[in-house]
Design a protein around this ligand. Structure first.
Ligand code: AMP
Length: 379
């Protein structure tokens, strides 16, 4: 096994959003230097990094120069081209490997990998072109969800199909194929497991996190979902199986549906720290970002047990609409912590920050986090 990458070395992050920012914060705290590459300037990650490279992800000479200047390359953004990770890998280790990215950045490849590993998903069919859609709808039934195979997130590039949906219109609305048609899951709840796997295969996770979405975007996450012990064990073992199957080094998030019958189905994978794991920053000895850093540097993983009931709510651009958010009002509850990502422009649906709150129990934590968010609009 290769030697660990020690504090003082430089972490290269492809992508420059809030996930890279929080990874950079962990890295700086542990004495690493950080470089980031993306097409943007003064980015959430760049504000924390030692060095911000402004280049397109397909500018392979920029990727080469970037990789030559760092000790390990990781990514915080899934849609980095596979060619960029292949190029970077010639000059520095890329963790997780580009193959993991290649699999998870396309829903069809991801579903195939899950099926190969024997892991349950919603029933699905591949739809490569418009004239295949009707047969796929006949096979899956309605309601169903049509999703682009690549470059979709937070519900973008997907549309619901009912018995009377105009299929040509639905196809056009997602921008054409290749796509995947999934059976609509009438889920009782959504949950995630954020897990880490070290260079030596050591694995660890943060338990089961309950996720509540609004408009297809994560709204509230609450740690330690009270499921049956067997369901918790199954969700965690699926996370381990997926990480081992894909040979992940780093953090991987698995999002699940819990069906009305109590079954778990994997919705999607993200080979990086995840929005639902932000609460680990305050709640766990080693956060998801600390684990990512330790894993990609070949260091032992840290402890992940939660210290107190905790919940997180996202802050989207709409909270800035009326006036500057009332930060003192939100922080009036001493159990509340505020994270802002340094984004200048508060657009609708844009993740600008999040609030984490501790409570007496999980619902109290969620209530405090939501109350703090509501207090932002107190005039
Ligand atoms: P995704 O981008 O695939 O994670 O989808 C975003 C959200 O859309 C999910 O968190 C669900 O709330 C909803 N969704 C996606 N796929 C399905 C499905 N097959 N059945 C029901 N809801 C879905």
């Amino acid at each position: 096994m290769s030697a660990p990458i020690l504090p003082g070395a430089t972490i290269g992050i492809l992508g420059s959003g809030q996930l890279g920012r929080m990874l950079a914060q962990s890295a700086r705290r542990m004495g690493y230097r950080v470089h980031t590459l993306s097409p943007g300037a003064d980015t959430p990650t760049g504000q924390i990094a030692d060095h911000e490279v402004i280049a397109d992800y397909d500018d392979l000479s920029a990727i080469e120069a970037f990789a030559r200047a760092v000790d390990v390359v990781t990514f915080e953004f899934e849609n980095v081209a596979f060619a960029a990770t292949e190029c970077a890998a010639q000059y520095a280790p890329v963790r997780p490997g580009g193959r993991v990215l290649h699999t998870t950045q396309n829903r069809l490849r991801e579903k195939q990998a899950l099926s190969d590993a024997g892991i349950p998903t919603a029933p699905y069919r591949a739809v490569h072109q418009a004239d295949e859609l009707a047969a796929a709808v006949a096979a899956i039934g309605t309601p169903a969800v049509l999703k682009t195979a690549g470059f979709g997130y937070d519900g973008k590039g997907q549309t619901r199909i009912e018995a009377d949906t105009d299929l040509a219109q639905a196809w056009a609305s997602i921008g054409g194929g290749p796509a995947v048609l999934e059976g609509f899951v009438d889920f009782a709840a959504e949950l995630s497991v954020v897990a880490a796997r070290g260079l030596d295969g050591q694995m660890s996770d943060f338990g089961v996190i309950e996720n509540r979405h609004a408009q297809h975007i994560l709204d509230v996450s609450i740690a330690d979902m009270p499921l049956e012990p067997a369901q918790i064990a199954l969700a965690r073992s699926i996370a381990q199986a997926v990480m081992a199957h894909l040979d992940v080094v780093g953090v991987l998030c698995i999002e699940f549906f819990l069906t009305q019958q109590g079954e778990l189905m994997v919705n999607e994978l993200a080979p990086r720290p995840h929005n639902s794991g932000h609460l680990t920053i305050e709640a766990c000895p080693s956060s998801q970002f600390d684990q990512q850093l330790r894993a990609v540097c070949g260091l032992p993983l840290g402890a992940t047990q939660r210290q107190a009931p905790v919940a997180m709510v996202n802050l989207l651009g709409e909270h800035w609409q009326e006036h500057t958010p009332n930060w003192p009002a939100a922080l009036d509850d001493p159990q509340v912590n505020l994270h802002l990502y340094g984004k200048a422009e508060p657009r609708n649906g844009r993740k600008m920050g999040h609030i984490t709150a501790f409570g007496q129990d999980r619902e109290d934590a969620a209530r405090r986090a939501l109350a703090a968010r509501s207090a932002l609009s107190n005039g």
